[in-house]
Design a protein around this ligand. Structure first.
Ligand SMILES: [Zn+2]
Length: 258
């Protein structure tokens, strides 16, 4: 009958047969491995010297061997590198920094192509960053304005101009609309409203203006620049009215244009 357990001659413990090597039956695996370590420790220098001597004589073979080893254990090596980096974050940071500095153009090009390929990711990343670091973003914007004063000024000017152009286009449109809506028969009668407004202004010291009862450029309805659509009212009322149009007497105003 075969034994299922055996006593190790080194440590004296009784262990199942699985704890022993087939070829070395007297000592348990733990003791054999411990002995190997001790042997290696004791003969360290000797072993290293022998390895070095071999390497010097057979450099190409060693290189081939090393490459094969790395390829066979690449996952392990990667895991080991990763673990090392995790416990040495400062060294890792310094290494990355040194790499970026040594490969500045390459890194820049890489980042640029990544951004071009993943615009949505970049947008999300930027938004998250802005929300997480509002102070940093503000400081950076301030610094940018200070160092790019001319650029910022030029951009603000361009913005003002484009909006001014927009505004004057609206005014020009209004003028043309007014011209189109003036019927040939009534220029004198129309002028009379403006004269009247000036007269009341002078008399009372309160500014009066000519109002189009139905606005010229309302969104729902457009009035005419004709005497029966005109009246003289205080300027302030005209401003308040804006382009509101009362669809019938006493009802609520309907929002019209600007
Ligand atoms: Zn043992």
């Amino acid at each position: 009958m075969e034994l299922v357990a055996r006593r190790c001659t080194k440590c004296g413990e009784t262990k199942v047969v699985g704890e022993f090597y087939e070829c070395r039956r007297s000592q348990c695996k733990t003791c054999v491995s411990q002995a190997g370590k001790e042997y290696h420790q004791d003969h360290r220098e000797e072993n290293n010297a022998r390895s070095n001597a071999y390497r010097e004589v057979h450099p190409e073979e060693v290189r081939v061997y090393m490459r094969a080893y790395r390829e066979a254990h690449s996952e392990e090596a990667k895991a080991r590198v990763k673990a090392w980096r995790a416990v040495h974050p400062e060294a890792e940071k310094a290494r990355k920094k040194a790499y970026r500095e040594a490969h500045f153009e390459e890194v820049k090009a890489h980042v640029k192509s990544y951004r071009a390929a993943h615009p949505e990711k970049v947008r999300v990343y930027n938004r998250v960053y802005r929300e997480a670091h509002p102070e940093k973003v503000r400081a950076r914007n301030t610094a940018y304005r200070e160092t790019h004063l001319e650029k910022v000024k030029a951009r603000a000017k361009a913005y003002r101009q484009s909006h001014r152009a927009c505004k004057s286009a609206w005014q020009a449109g209004r003028r043309i609309a007014q011209q189109h809506r003036t019927l040939s028969a009534s220029p004198k009668e129309i002028e009379a409203f403006y004269t009247e407004a000036e007269r009341i202004t002078k008399e009372t010291g309160v500014k009066y203006s000519v109002d189009h009862v139905v606005p010229l450029q309302g969104k729902l309805v457009s009035g005419l620049h004709v005497p029966w659509n005109l009246r003289v009212i205080p300027l302030i009322d005209n401003i308040k009215k804006g382009n509101y149009f009362h669809d019938s007497e006493g009802s609520a105003p309907i929002a019209q244009g600007e």
